[in-house]
Design a binder for this molecule. Structure first.
Ligand code: NAD
Length: 366
């Protein structure tokens, strides 16, 4: 069996615990992985002067595949989100967030199996902002009045929403290909083309063009507000949904809420060459070091990673083992119990133990 070398960035906060749990269950699948462990985040700032030292980025670039725990963005310190910087620096333009209901998960919905593909580099999240009161903002307001005839109030802040043909083409090509590779049937373009004609309108038009390149996958589109309602009313109608950055951020959390919350929401940040797998949740500092956080989102990110590196069968086995632990309902963390103070909730490492028992036992077919 081929040996894979993968960068492992434990993160900070609950990152150490959930990463360790994920690493243990991935190793227990038997796939031969050499982990290139790289520390980043709050705990390395003193040593390296920044939360994402160059050698960590270098490791991700070299290994091309990485799995990462959450990283804290301290509020009011001038440190910008390392997560956003990573996506930009490595041009990880697609964020894939599957949300699947597993029997045994307490949720208002059953049989949900959705995937949000979020464009990660453009839109209002591109980070091009003009602060209220600054001279350049006043100049921008004047320029807009001159070029467009519309007067923005002088006491405004401004965010720019770039949407390019290039960026839109590559995210839809990626999403259709992902749908084919993962046996999905339909891609839905989510947009607000009726209002923002030159950005969202372009997004929809390009999506329709790209859809013609993939005749075997069904294609439709939804206006984002309608999409939000439909997801709550009849999520079973949808499959892969492609969204611009901001809508994707919001609706992927909505989707996570449909199937049991953040503890079960994995993700993959993907570019042309590099893929970085991480849970949707953050570093939950109040639970750090307490062995209570749910590692399943991180484990499911590991499942996606195994499939990505060509170890589909191992990924399927890991998913089956996690599903078996959920269905059994005993070895799950507090967030999956009916009551948050349930004394029968187990800790992070015990969830890993239970998944490993399933992987090694008879109930997961090999
Ligand atoms: P969070 O996801 O860390 O926590 C919110 C709440 O959700 C927690 O208090 C906890 O109740 C619950 N929760 C989250 N993960 C859980 C898990 N695995 N098991 C059980 N319960 C869990 O969000 P936040 O409090 O808004 O952010 C904390 C820090 O994490 C911030 O600094 C933020 O910037 C960072 N963050 C990082 C990432 C990332 O690394 N990709 C993503 C989101 C937030």
């Amino acid at each position: 069996m081929a040996r894979h070398t993968i960068a492992l960035i434990p993160g900070d906060g609950i990152g150490y615990e959930v990463s360790e749990a994920a690493r243990r269950v991935i190793d227990a699948t038997g796939v031969d992985i050499e982990w290139d462990v790289q520390n980043a985040g709050l705990d390395v700032v003193e040593q390296y002067g920044q939360p994402m030292p160059d050698h960590v980025l270098e490791s991700i670039r070299r290994n091309k595949v990485a799995i990462k725990g959450p990283l804290t963005t301290p509020i009011g310190t001038g440190i910008r989100s390392v997560n956003v910087a990573l996506r930009r620096e490595l041009d990880l333009f697609a964020l894939v967030r599957p949300t699947k209901w597993y029997p045994g998960v307490r949720s208002r919905y059953e049989d949900v199996d959705l995937v949000v593909v979020r464009e990660n580099t453009e839109d209002l999240y591109a980070g091009i902002e003009f602060e209220e009161g600054k001279p350049e903002t006043a100049e921008m307001i004047e320029d807009i009045a001159r070029l467009n005839g519309r007067r923005i109030r002088p006491d405004s802040g401004i965010s720019i929403k770039p949407t390019s043909i290039t960026g839109t083409q590559r995210i839809f090509r990626f999403a259709f290909q992902w749908a084919i590779d993962n046996g999905r049937r339909k891609v839905t373009c989510v947009h607000k083309a009726n209002i923002m004609k030159y950005t969202e309108g372009l997004w929809l038009r390009v999506a329709q063009d790209v859809a013609k390149e993939f005749p075997d996958i069904e294609f439709d589109d939804r206006i984002v507000d309608n999409m939000a309602m439909q997801l709550v009313q009849k999520p079973e109608l949808y499959d892969v949904m492609v969204m611009p950055n901001l809508f994707g951020d919001i609706l992927s959390d909505l989707c996570a809420g449909l199937v049991g919350g953040l503890g079960l929401a994995p993700g993959a940040n993907t570019g042309d060459e590099i893929a970085l797998f991480e849970a949707t949740h953050g570093s939950a500092p109040k639970y750090a070091g307490k062995n209570v956080a749910n590692p399943m989102a991180m484990m499911l990110s590991g499942m996606m990673m195994l499939r990505h590196i060509g170890e589909k069968e191992a990924g399927d086995r890991l998913e089956a083992a996690i599903a078996a632990v959920i269905a059994e309902g005993r070895s799950v963390t507090y967030d999956m119990k009916p009551d948050r103070d349930d004394p029968t909730a187990v800790g992070t490492s015990q969830v890993a133990d239970a998944v490993i028992v399933q992987l090694e036992g008879p109930s997961v077919a090999r």
